[in-house]
Each structure stands twice: as structure tokens, then as C-alpha cells.
Design a protein around this ligand. Structure first.
Ligand code: HEC
Ligand code: HEC
Length: 318
């Protein structure tokens, strides 16, 4: 450091090196820069003390604040959980028929119902609830048992033809084998098809229909939701719309079964499912018909002339 000297024009000391007459000035770092630098060092020390920082053999240092990313996540999750919980509580506390008056709550109920549907219902009704043979489409406005919120809720709560549930949707279409011969069945089937203009009318079939079928399906095939008797004049078929399908149903009625969800899912979930199914597009405003007990249904079922209900278990399906 022999040639250290003060540089005359700047008044700054030189470092002492010299290359071909070029010297380096020893300009001090600006004060603001130095202070910022010291502050970052202080901050780093503080950070290392407060937060998890230095990796050790098994786990890093924990930090005095006890913060961890897992802990932060758990806290966020429990906040979200609480929000969900409170909306569940609000749905639970709201009468089913009051839900539509609260669009915000209804939206949450429909979302919750949609999630529950994916878990519990898609295996039978399909992921879009469009159904398949024997499993009704829940998107259309063709309802076996009723499409208003309350009716849907009852269907879900008590199921359809569920043994052991007193309030289950109950009805039986009698089998007509032995009651009607093959020719008569053919004529009735043709009449049924003519109701949706899929075949020419059959006078004989019309008469037999009036005697044997109208009590449940209605004089013009308009159906009866109290009995879960499908509309036959709308060309929407649960079990197929060919003559053979209809004859097969007369010989051996299927009697679709759906579990009673009341014992399997909690009340809020069932409420949300009802809201979801109702929202699918075919939802109706008011109950078309009061729900009836199975005893009342029994009376109607005895009605058709000569149609003794054959010994059949309610859930016998083909
Ligand atoms: C094991 C199969 C199965 C499962 C699972 C199932 N369903 Fe059903 N569901 C049926 C059948 C079969 C019918 C038609 C019964 C009949 O013929 O009346 C039906 C009918 C219905 C109806 C009445 C439709 C109408 O037109 O009135 C609704 C509503 C319904 N299901 C909703 C649901 C919901 C919501 C779930 C899930 C919680 C569900 N179902 C799960 C088989 C099932
Ligand atoms: C006691 C009431 C009752 C009587 C009487 C009755 N049905 Fe039914 N019918 C039902 C019910 C309930 C169903 C739905 C069965 C199911 O969901 O499995 C049904 C279903 C059907 C279906 C299937 C509809 C579809 O969408 O696939 C046809 C077809 C049918 N009935 C025709 C007849 C004919 C024809 C007669 C007269 C010969 C008749 N039914 C008499 C109650 C009745």
C-alpha cells in the first residue's frame, strides 16, 4: 500500500494500486446504502429467531413464534369449515319451502346437494341425473311422485317401495297375466301407444284400458302421482316405449325401488339434495297432490276390476 495518497480533484483517498497510470479511488459506500445493509442483517437475525429457519439433522429450528405453514393451512381450513358449518346451520334452521325466498342460502343448498348427489345418487340416476331404463330422469318435468320441493323431499326421506319405512312411496301395479290374454294385452298396449300418437287407436284396447288401467293411470293416461303411476301419454318411458316393453310391464310390473335416505343421510343433506333435484330444471312450485299413506293407496289399488294384486314382493324387480 505504498502509493496511497489523496486524489486532488475529488479529495478522496486512492487504494494504492496503479496500472499504467490508472488509479482506483477508495470511495466510501453511501450512508443510506450501509444503513439498509445493516438493517437487512438485523432483520435476518430477527427472522431466524422468530421463524423456522435453519435446517438441522431431523427438522429445522422451530422459531419462537411457533408459526408453521401447516399450522397456517389448518387455520385457514378451520375458518372455511366454520363458514360452511354456519351455512349448514342456517340451511338446517330454514324451512324447506322458505329456502327459495333466500337466494343466497338456496345457492349454497343446491351446491351442497350437487356434491351429495355425486356421492349417493349417480350410480342409479347417472352423473347428469338423466337416468336410464328403470331409473327416472330427474331433469325433466315428468314426475312419478311429484316435482315440488316438498314432494321431492318426501320421496328422498322415505324412499320408494322401501320395506320398513311406513311413509315410503308405496304402490303396486298388478300383473295382468291370466287376467288378460295375449290378444287383449296387445290391444291395450296399442291403445297405450295411441295415447302419445305412436300407434292407431284400438277400440278394444281402449275399453280394456278403461276397465283395468285407468284407475291408476288416468282415463287418458295422464298418470297419478299419488300412486306413482307414470303418465302414459307423454312418450317418456321408464321401461321402454315399444309394444313389447308395454306388454312386458303388464305381465311383470317392475316396481322400481329407491332407498329411503332418511336413515342414511343427515336431514341437512337431504334438504340440500331436494333443493338440488328441484333446481335441475323440472322443479314445480306447489305440491300437485297431498302425500298419502300406504293405507289409502291400498284402497285405490283394490279398485281395478278383476285385478287382484298378485302375491308380489314390493321390491321384486326384473
Ligand atoms: C339404488 C338405485 C337408486 C339410488 C342410489 C337413488 N335412486 Fe332415486 N330412484 C331410483 C328408482 C328406481 C326410482 C324410481 C322408482 C319408481 O319407479 O317409482 C327413483 C326415483 C327417484 C325420485 C322420484 C322421481 C319422480 O319422478 O318422482 C327422486 C326425486 C330421486 N329418485 C332422487 C334420488 C336422489 C337425490 C338420490 C341420491 C340421494 C337417489 N335418487 C338415489 C333409484 C335410485
Ligand atoms: C294399481 C295401480 C295400477 C294399475 C291398475 C295399472 N298400473 Fe301401470 N303402473 C303403475 C305403477 C305404480 C307403475 C310404475 C311402476 C314402477 O315404477 O316400477 C306403472 C307402470 C306402468 C308402465 C310403465 C310406464 C313407463 O314409463 O315405462 C306401463 C306401460 C303401464 N304401467 C301400463 C299399464 C297398463 C296397460 C295397465 C292396465 C292393463 C296398468 N298399467 C295398470 C300402476 C298401475
Amino acid at each position: 500500500m505504498a502509493n496511497k495518497r489523496i486524489d486532488a480533484p475529488t479529495g478522496t483517498a486512492t487504494v494504492g494500486h496503479e496500472w499504467d497510470g490508472i488509479e482506483e479511488l477508495d470511495t466510501p459506500l453511501p450512508r443510506w446504502w450501509l444503513w439498509t445493509f445493516y438493517l437487512t442483517i438485523l432483520f435476518a437475525i430477527g427472522y431466524v429467531i422468530a421463524y423456522p429457519a435453519i435446517p438441522m439433522l431431523h427438522r429445522g429450528t422451530v422459531g419462537m413464534l411457533g408459526w408453521s405453514s401447516r399450522g397456517a393451512l389448518a387455520k385457514d381450513m378451520s375458518a372455511a369449515d366454520m363458514a360452511r358449518q354456519s351455512s349448514l346451520e342456517r340451511i338446517a334452521a330454514t324451512d324447506l319451502d322458505k329456502l327459495p325466498a333466500n337466494p343466497d342460502l338456496l345457492r349454497q343448498a343446491v351446491a351442497g346437494g350437487s356434491a351429495a348427489f355425486k356421492v349417493n345418487c349417480v350410480q342409479c340416476h347417472g352423473s347428469g341425473a338423466a337416468g336410464s331404463k328403470g331409473y327416472p330422469n330427474l331433469n325433466d318435468d315428468d314426475w312419478l311422485w311429484g316435482g315440488d320441493l316438498k314432494s321431492i323431499h318426501t320421496t328422498l326421506e322415505h324412499g320408494i317401495r322401501q320395506p320398513g319405512d311406513d311413509a315410503t312411496r308405496q304402490s303396486m301395479m298388478p300383473g295382468f297375466e291370466g287376467m288378460l290374454d295375449a290378444g287383449q294385452m296387445d290391444a291395450v298396449a296399442q291403445h297405450v301407444l295411441s295415447l302419445s300418437r305412436k300407434a292407431k287407436p284400438s277400440p278394444q284396447g281402449g275399453q280394456l284400458f278403461a276397465q283395468n288401467c285407468a284407475a291408476c293411470h288416468g282415463a287418458s293416461g295422464e298418470g297419478n302421482r299419488t300412486l306413482g303411476a307414470p303418465r302414459l301419454n307423454d312418450a317418456i318411458w321408464l321401461y321402454g316405449g315399444t309394444k313389447e316393453d308395454i306388454v312386458r310391464q303388464m305381465i311383470r310390473p317392475r316396481m322400481g325401488v329407491m332407498p329411503a335416505w332418511g336413515g342414511r343421510l343427515d336431514p341437512v343433506t337431504i334438504k340440500m339434495l331436494a333443493a338440488y333435484v328441484h333446481s335441475l330444471g323440472g322443479g314445480e312450485q306447489t305440491p300437485a297432490m297431498a302425500t298419502v299413506t300406504s293405507a289409502e293407496v291400498g284402497k285405490v289399488q283394490a279398485a281395478p276390476a278383476g285385478a287382484d294384486t298378485p302375491a308380489q314382493t314390493p321390491n321384486a324387480r326384473k
